[in-house]
Design a protein around this ligand. Structure first.
Ligand code: ZN
Length: 282
């Protein structure tokens, strides 16, 4: 199943996709795809409603697509989770997942404009697989339990200001939390529909130039490993989002480094999870 939220920012309505172009409204059944929805474990119920309502589908057309989940309790991020990306940034492959946080209010729709923050000279892109948590997780016993706690997957652009992330003291969150810095979506895809999550192609284009061309097969720590691992340190809440790291091809890794200046269009996608497109505003 593929879940989607449609409408103006802040008042999106929950829906499910019938196919790539048509949706089935669920706003009379579900308030939102939020913490309460995931905590209640309503995925099977929703699948039944979708099956019954196939003949009520409407075209998405030009309707705005929001993030596929409501603003989460937390956005957690894993750094340097692709061996080839660690190499391009000149850093060692980590022995344990590197964790940083991102302000939940960075989340926005997949095609909303990306705003370069004031004073930024090193705004960079990162296509990533996003994990959405399906239930409260604390001290999960093993990776099987962790897999069962994953509600689905989505695409995130983990936009990063490299000067603020690396050169301004402290830890990475400073360079990750500017407004508009976490485009999410277009869909939340349930694990059964994703298939093998460790065999998904991913790409990111800046205008017509392919910058990132990778695969989840080169991830160091798998989604199940990450969810199990994080649950030993903190409580994951239903509807939380985890950005799982980016493959090679970020601006910081180019020689010389190249950053966004405004006026570009970013296009990014992952197999089966859809495509995002953002205009970059100076
Ligand atoms: Zn990242």
């Amino acid at each position: 199943m593929r879940l989607i939220r449609l409408g103006a920012p802040g008042v999106e309505k929950p829906a499910a996709l019938l196919d790539d172009d048509n949706y089935i409204d669920l706003s009379d059944v579900v308030d939102d795809f939020n913490e309460a929805f995931f905590a209640a474990g309503r995925m099977d119920e929703i699948a039944n409603v979708v099956a019954e309502r196939w003949d009520t589908a409407k075209p998405i057309g030009s309707t705005r697509i929001g993030s596929p989940i409501a603003r989460p309790h937390q956005i957690l991020c894993i750094g340097l989770n692709y061996s080839d990306h660690a190499a391009e940034t000149g850093q060692a492959v980590p022995s344990e997942p590197i964790l940083f946080t991102k302000s939940p209010n960075t989340m926005q729709g997949p095609n909303d404009d990306l705003q370069i923050p004031r004073g930024s000279v090193k705004t960079d892109w990162e296509v990533e697989l996003g994990i959405v948590i399906g239930r409260r997780c604390s001290y999960l016993a093993d990776e099987a339990e962790a897999s069962a706690a994953i509600a689905g997957y989505t695409i995130v652009n983990d936009v990063s200001e490299r000067e603020w992330q690396i050169e301004r003291g402290g830890q990475w969150s400073k360079g990750k939390s500017a407004p508009t810095f976490n485009p999410t979506g277009p869909w939340l895809v349930t694990p059964d529909e994703v298939g093998d999550v460790l065999a998904l192609d991913m790409f990111l284009d800046v205008d017509s130039t392919r910058k990132q061309d990778g695969s989840t097969s080169t991830m160091i720590f798998s989604p199940a490993f990450i969810v199990h691992y994080l649950s030993q340190f903190l409580t994951l809440e239903p509807g939380d989002l985890i950005n799982t790291g980016t493959p090679p091809g970020v601006g910081m890794g180019a020689k010389p480094p190249t950053y966004l200046t405004g006026g570009e269009t970013l296009t990014l996608g992952i197999t089966g999870l859809g495509v995002q497109r953002q205009r970059v505003l100076a």
